[in-house]
Ligand binder design. Structure first.
Ligand SMILES: [Zn+2]
Length: 193
């Protein structure tokens, strides 16, 4: 489950009963912490100790990952997003990796995953864009599977900003994908609610 990166705000929302359960209509309450992990950010490594929450309805527990992260990815979503944008612009994975200071195999893995999920990503973010902005016109094809997927993410992020105010597009993408933008699992992207 992906929440806003500002930890104090997450804590206040959690304690105040403002976070809803992603599995049912229950309310989440504090339930310790998840395991520590290092998130590689452009500004340096961030030692992350994500909050764990438990639902008062279904008793399910959820790790609250900040929106700068994606599930099972060690790098900040903005860095992964920059690699995807560069790939769509025609750059190869090796120069992208050098420029971003990330191992080439890691970048190749992100791009392969994004290419494999491009249709799913495009459909998911197009649905979100229409939920956020029902007045939205058709999302025009951008020329290739991954370019269309990136365009759908950009359109959904713009619709989010119009509705809720300024935000970083890739952090918005993390929230709207439920953190599974590049997930290794076969689980579908979170349903639009
Ligand atoms: Zn629940």
């Amino acid at each position: 489950m992906i929440v806003c990166a500002e930890q104090a705000r997450v804590e206040a929302e959690l304690v105040g009963g403002l976070l809803g359960c992603p599995s049912c209509r229950g309310v989440l309450g504090p339930w310790g912490h998840g395991r520590e992990r290092v998130l590689r950010c452009s500004a340096g490594d961030w030692l992350l100790r994500p909050r764990r929450a438990r639902c008062g309805g279904c008793s399910g527990t959820h790790v609250l990952l900040p929106d700068v992260a994606l599930l099972r990815r060690q790098d900040e979503v903005a860095v992964i997003g920059a690699a995807i944008e560069a790939k769509v612009a025609g750059e190869g994975y090796r120069p992208i990796a050098r420029r971003l200071g990330v191992h080439a195999d890691t970048v190749r893995g992100w791009l392969r995953r994004f290419i494999a999920r491009a249709d799913q990503v495009r459909a998911h973010f197009t649905r979100w864009a229409l939920v956020l902005d029902p007045e939205l016109g058709p999302v025009l094809p951008a020329g290739s599977g991954i370019a269309d997927a990136l365009e759908a993410i950009a359109v959904a992020a713009r619709a989010w900003v119009l509705r809720f105010g300024p935000g970083d597009p890739w952090r918005i993408a993390s929230v709207l994908s439920g953190g599974v933008l590049l997930s290794n699992t076969s689980s579908p992207l979170a349903a639009v609610r």
